[in-house]
Design a protein around this ligand. Structure first.
Ligand code: BG6
Length: 510
């Protein structure tokens, strides 16, 4: 396929509002690996205001100068040579640091003073946004302290916004409680709940693909689609995150947030506009249409797994229970497969199968739209035994693209049929632009566009669907963990889940 530069979407061109970004947990990994490099990329694309500053806040004992040096290293890892270039110098001198405890009201006063100084030095308006890159248990408290310090008050046309990273709560009850807590201080329009999946180009493209083309939407329904598969498999294990993972597990970590974003964007009705609430209303309707499983259904429609030892490329990989900070008899799930049904006219009786896990055979996130078989076997008498079914695969990562499978006649004197694929690859068309996946999310927060952020009701709807699964799994300890080898496609029961319906997971070249 040829690249057609003329049809490429132009990047948004207006710089965002002038503001101060305050990063809570600034000494952590997220700031260094994603947030600061994302700001750098935005500055390179002229999407940051010239009147901009960053204030980092954390307990670690940095000064502004040592914090800047710590970021030099991170920038070098992001883009070789950047730590000495003019663009980084421009951003670097706008970055400040305040050290203090998240629980100490005096620290918030120091923070306020530093924000004021940075705003004055760089001529920023009184707009602030607070990025909470901290453990979830601190969120309620930080928002309360920000409120007490008057830092969330919007007056004279200035805005104050708060970004909250996932996980948002750890079940339905805690998510509801957190929403109630933060809304004592903030209005919903000030809250930007982040799901980093929505920062991915290919996820954003789902809406363009479905609603910017006329040929897919008419067949995007139960009359033509047999079932949908969504896979998000990772080859990595839990690495150094055993402590967090033991309190979470894959179901909480991936499903009510990332995977449900993919479900809702795949299944939603066309919104009436791209205004934030039009899009989010339609996404929420999908989540509300998902049948909440009964305890009995959990037993037949939800599969859990935990990886044991395995060998990949001759290398021995440890079992989950041998990972750092993991209990030797842990019952934490590292794999989940679910079968969901949607109660609406478009999707009734079309199963949505979801699977996600750590230490699987291949890293791949993709959505498979499996179309129905052609209604009858026109070529049977000519010796064609089975017809190819059409399959549309939307590859979210790592090999971003879209492919469509269809059947063709094999050249030759006899009637033989074979499946072939039309394939679009993002990299071939658009090249690979360096991106952290956070650029668009930060930019949208600075221009006040909440479309790609989760609303309170969406988060709660996500938790309500998986709550029965959490409950049943909590009540019945798994009996056969570990039940899949590191480097495999998960437990056998995951294959059985589809086999019972006469289906199988798409094989991914392994
Ligand atoms: C995070 C989870 O939200 O998403 C991680 O906490 C997971 O456990 C990660 O590895 C996956 O994100 P991505 O962008 O690599 O698919």
């Amino acid at each position: 396929m040829n690249s057609d530069a003329a049809t490429r979407a132009a990047p948004a061109s207006a710089p965002a509002d002038s503001c101060v970004m305050v990063i809570f947990g600034a000494s952590g990994d997220l700031a260094k690996r994603k947030l600061i490099p994302a700001l750098y990329n935005l500055a390179r694309d002229k999407l940051l205001s010239q009147q901009f500053a960053v204030v980092g806040f954390a307990t670690r004992d940095y000064t502004t100068e040592t914090f800047r040096s710590h970021l030099d290293e991170a920038m070098e890892a992001h883009e070789a040579g950047s730590s000495g270039n003019a663009l980084w110098a421009w951003l670097r001198q706008r970055i400040y640091y305040v050290s203090g405890s998240l629980q100490d009201p005096a620290a918030y006063q120091r923070l306020e003073a530093q924000i004021g100084e940075a705003a004055k030095a760089h001529g920023t308006s009184n707009n602030h946004f607070y990025y909470l890159a901290v453990a979830p248990q601190f969120i309620g408290e930080i928002v309360r302290e920000l409120g007490n310090a008057g830092l969330t008050r919007e007056e004279n046309g200035q805005w104050r916004r708060v970004n909250i990273e996932k996980p948002f709560g750890r079940d339905l009850e805690s998510a509801r409680a957190l929403n109630v807590e933060i809304r004592k201080t903030l209005d919903e329009r000030q809250i930007y709940r982040i799901d980093h999946y929505l920062g991915k180009e290919t996820v954003q493209n789902l809406m363009v693909f479905r609603f910017g083309n006329s040929i897919f939407e008419p067949i995007w329904n139960r009359s033509y689609i047999d079932h949908v598969q969504i896979t998000a498999s990772e080859t990595l294990g839990v690495e150094q995150r055993g402590g967090y993972y033991e309190t979470s597990g894959t179901l909480r970590d991936m499903v009510p947030n990332h995977l449900f974003q993919l479900v809702s964007l795949t299944a939603m009705e066309p919104p009436i506009s791209f205004a934030a609430d039009s899009v989010r209303d339609e996404q929420t309707k999908v989540l509300n249409a998902i049948q909440i499983p009964t305890p009995e259904e959990v037993l037949t429609r939800a599969v859990r797994g935990q990886y044991g030892e395995g060998t990949v490329d001759g290398q021995r990989l440890p079992a989950y229970r041998s990972e750092p900070n993991v209990a030797p008899n842990s019952t934490t799930d590292t794999f989940v497969a679910l079968k969901l049904g949607l109660d609406n006219w478009r999707w009734a009786d079309v199963p949505f199968y979801l699977r996600t896990g750590k230490r699987m055979a291949k890293r791949v996130t993709e959505i498979v739209i499996q179309f129905k078989r052609a209604p009858f076997m026109l070529f049977r008498k000519a010796g064609v035994e089975s017809l190819t079914t059409n399959q549309l695969v939307i590859r979210i990562q790592p090999d971003e693209g879209i492919s469509l499978r269809f059947g063709t006649k094999v050249p030759g004197p006899t009637m033989q049929q074979a499946p072939v694929e039309m394939d679009f690859s993002y990299a071939d068309y658009f090249g690979a632009a360096p991106s952290t996946g956070y650029e668009r999310l930060l930019y949208d927060c600075m221009i006040g566009d909440q479309t790609l952020f989760q609303r309170a009701d969406m988060v709660e709807a996500g938790w309500s669907i998986i709550q029965p699964v959490l409950d049943v799994w909590h009540a019945l300890a798994p009996r056969s963990f570990p039940n899949y080898a590191a480097g495999s496609w998960g437990p056998k029961k995951s294959d059985d889940l589809l086999a019972r319906d006469g289906h199988e997971w798409r094989r991914n070249g392994t």
